[in-house]
Design a protein around this ligand. Sequence first.
Ligand code: TXA
Ligand code: MG
Length: 338
Amino acid sequence: MITLKLDLKSDYEKGTDVAAKLLKEGKTVAIPTETVYGLAASAFDDEAIKNVFIAKGRPQDNPLIVHICDEAMLKRIAKNIPDRALECAEKFWPGPFTMVLEKTGETAKSVSAGLNTVAVRMPSNKTALDIIRKSGLALAAPSANSSGSPSPTKPCHVEADLDGKIDAIVFGENCEVGVESTVVSFCTNPPRLLRPGAVTEKQLRELIPDLEVDKAVLASLDKDEIAHSPGMKYKHYAPKAEAYLVEGDSGEFCEFVNSKKQAVAVCFEEDKNISINKIVYGNQKDESSLAKEVFAALREVDELGVKTAYIHAPSKNGIGLAVYNRLLRATAFKVIKL
Ligand code: TXA
Ligand code: MG
């Protein structure tokens, strides 16, 4: 398959028109969002959705998020929406926030992977919203990476994973948030945080004081435990190198990695005394800088071709919880406490 490259810098209107047209024809198109790039297809077209699963190599039982641009689309897709969910939508949409709701049955079966619920989000990225609007469709879009590899925050990441496997890539800007949306299920009472993201636990508690945090956010599930968010049970975001998450202050971290001559350190700007190969992924005190760079840093680990990576663990404050959650999965829960 030849993947069409749509360059928005030369002609924004034409690029987004072509993307919308392809989506209406049942094609798969990678689009930018504010969180990570998504691999979009019509949420109403079962064949198109199947091609998304195939291109990513995604397990069939892992449902997709449906992207919408207005309330009419929400009502078409979800029903019996609780008031608290509507309040959250009012406050956090458009933005990096996904709600799991009771589904209407209008979306293709494969979107929800057999569940009777559907995940919905209204992104804030202008290009994503324009493409949804121009297509007139709700768009199912998982992250536009090969299943298991780090999520794509730049168009070149999408190209590296999916060129030749999908119909088109929209070359938009780099993603400003860098980690995937916060996912909350409103199908349980109280509502449950399934995946942390840029909309933080603290912000959610202002509207949902009794919010539950799913065990899978910070712990690995046992084999026989049910995954409330099916995506959380898979090995994810992982570089090919053996990766470890290392907890400790800057002095401890630098001393520890300096004894590992063959490895790479994935570290903070503040970690100045490192004498081995290093990849800086942001400023320790600014968790949003870490979110923005964490996936690109994991990809860089493999470009270096090293066998082992030691990643300095972020705080769990604010969006730091989302970064920590992704790194737990990238390291298959291998945590070293100094
Ligand atoms: O920021 C994002 O959410 C990005 C961009 C492209 O919008 N999308 C994204 O999609 O991260 P994906 O497929 O990589 O992650 C979707 C997550 C998975 O963990 C999946 O299990 C969960 O949402 N999910 C989807 N539908 C669900 C449902 N009905 N019930 C529970 N979890 C669901
Ligand atoms: Mg993903």
